[in-house]
Design a protein around this ligand. Sequence first.
Ligand code: SF4
Length: 192
Amino acid sequence: MKLNVYTIERSITTLGPYKRFGLWVQGCHRNCPGCIAGQSHQESDGRWIDTGALSWEIIAAKETEGLTISGGEPFLQASALAELIGKVKAFRDVGVIIYTGFLLEELDALPGGRDLLSLTDLLIDGPYVRELDDGKSLRGSSNQRVHALTPRYASLLHLYGAEGRPTEEFWHSGTIHTVGIPNQASPTSTLK
Ligand code: SF4
């Protein structure tokens, strides 16, 4: 299968514990006011990448403990993501963290949703609500919930909603990408 990808960063530190492989998928219909990832909304703007080829990139990123998937809306491509993660896990024990605008209770009913959930260690759910943006770490607004679906990160839940919002910057072809969850005042916010 192919996955519609917005962008990739091979080693990030601001969207979960440890060093992580960052994957942002393309396509989201939700249009949350204040969304910082507007470039990831239009499906036609993405890059289609074969899950096999992408899995080898993730397997090769051995300095990372796991994978954080955001977007865009990951659960609109749940089947392809489940296939990707399955291929990676056949060779490496990676942890999987996913940000979704859906609620956990909605995911089972989506095509491929149950498969992707079964491969997810930590899920941050719910849409971004600008009025509830309290500037806390690792989530965009206070309505978003953090679910430890496996024990892997269960002892690290205190990191979510803590004080501070670290961000990091990457340059690609003259374009700056800010990774993390920046405060709304940040002028260079491009990714979540
Ligand atoms: S915040 Fe997330 S769910 Fe909301 S529009 Fe942006 S990408 Fe979509």
